[in-house]
Design a protein around this ligand. Structure first.
Ligand SMILES: Cc1cc2nc3c(=O)[nH]c(=O)nc-3n(C[C@H](O)[C@H](O)[C@H](O)COP(=O)(O)O)c2cc1C
Length: 306
């Protein structure tokens, strides 16, 4: 491999050795994957979303395969913030790769409480605010579905924390760029998108929805074109870095997201089908860049020719 290829990414507030970041909920708490490959090869990784208290999540079934993707209704199960602190200490002892905590909340107060808990952990590099969680006070609507709510919440978190804040957007709202702009105006350091698209699976024999909650989140290759559209629209709208995701399975996919404006990417569902996907994708990215005479991703970022 030619030495001239530089995979590093400068997000302004952090330098990553490469743009590959396993996405929340598809990479456990990181430590589980150390058995497959050294976590040190990654640009960074995001932990499964966390609330203040332990959560059981939704009743089964929680996962359903579709033609080109996966529907999930996990319900953000997790061990709670205190237990996660212990897990992070363990994970940080086996890698120097930046750890990103995916902050969840059923209310603005809970988001803030959780963000503050991880803000003071030196092992944590970035907080990713998952504003796609149903908000109890907002009648089950998530903050990402409302630009004013997004602005209020992001501003409150920024005013009370020190770490870089990545705000993760939902595609399930009609004006995603407006929500991205609200997050930027409130002080977000970068944007990540997309979370899963709401979908329905039908059980013909039962003549009923597969999932108890009826709706579930669609991820995987099926959503890649939809995600590329939204990442492109958001990257044109904001001036802070955008981390793109949705159906990425190859090095070529990574370059497509960079061309529409992403500075780095997150890889989700592919990690569940192929635990070593990150190793392959990083290698493919380097090979494809060499074949296309690209030495650094900044050369093509947002350079989609129209
Ligand atoms: C099983 C599963 C669990 C997920 N859990 C979370 C989560 O806890 N927090 C979050 O922000 N996103 C979560 N996501 C969404 C992913 O991080 C990612 O945004 C989405 O799957 C799109 O990327 P992909 O198509 O590459 O999977 C989850 C996705 C899946 C498939």
């Amino acid at each position: 491999m030619a030495k001239t290829i530089d995979l590093s990414v400068d997000l302004g507030f952090i330098q990553l050795k490469n743009p590959i970041i396993p996405a929340s909920g598809t990479f456990g708490y990181g430590e589980e994957f150390q058995a497959f490959f050294p976590l040190d090869i990654l640009g960074a990784f995001v932990l499964k979303g966390i609330y203040k208290n332990p959560r059981k999540g939704n009743p089964p079934p929680r996962i359903h395969e579709t033609a080109a993707g996966l529907l999930n209704s996990i319900g953000l199960a997790g061990p709670g913030a205190e237990e996660l602190k212990k897990i992070i200490k363990r994970t940080a002892s086996i890698t120097n790769t930046p750890i990103i905590v995916n902050v969840c909340g059923e209310s603005d107060e809970e988001y803030l409480e959780v963000a503050k808990i991880f803000d003071v952990m030196e092992e944590v590099s970035i907080l990713e605010l998952n504003i796609s969680c149903p908000n109890v006070k907002a009648g089950g609507k998530c903050p990402a579905q409302d630009r004013d709510h997004t602005f209020r919440l992001v501003k409150q978190i920024k005013e009370n924390t020190q770490k870089p804040l990545m705000v993760k957007l939902s595609p399930n709202t009609h004006d995603v760029p407006a929500v991205a702009l609200a997050a930027q105006e409130a002080g977000a350091d970068c944007i990540s998108l997309v979370n899963t698209f709401l979908g329905v699976a039908v059980d013909l024999k039962k003549r009923a929805p597969v999932f108890k909650n009826v709706f579930a989140g669609l991820s995987g290759p099926a959503i890649k074109p939809l995600a590329l559209k939204l990442v492109w629209e958001v990257a044109k709208t904001v001036s802070i870095p955008v981390i793109g995701m949705g159906g990425i399975t190859s090095g070529k996919d990574v370059l497509e997201f960079v061309l529409v404006g992403a500075s780095a990417v997150q890889t989700g569902t592919i990690n569940m089908a192929e635990p070593c996907a990150s190793v392959r994708i990083i290698k493919e990215l380097e090979e494809t860049m060499e074949a296309l005479s690209i030495t650094n991703l900044s050369e093509i970022k947002g350079r989609l020719k129209l």
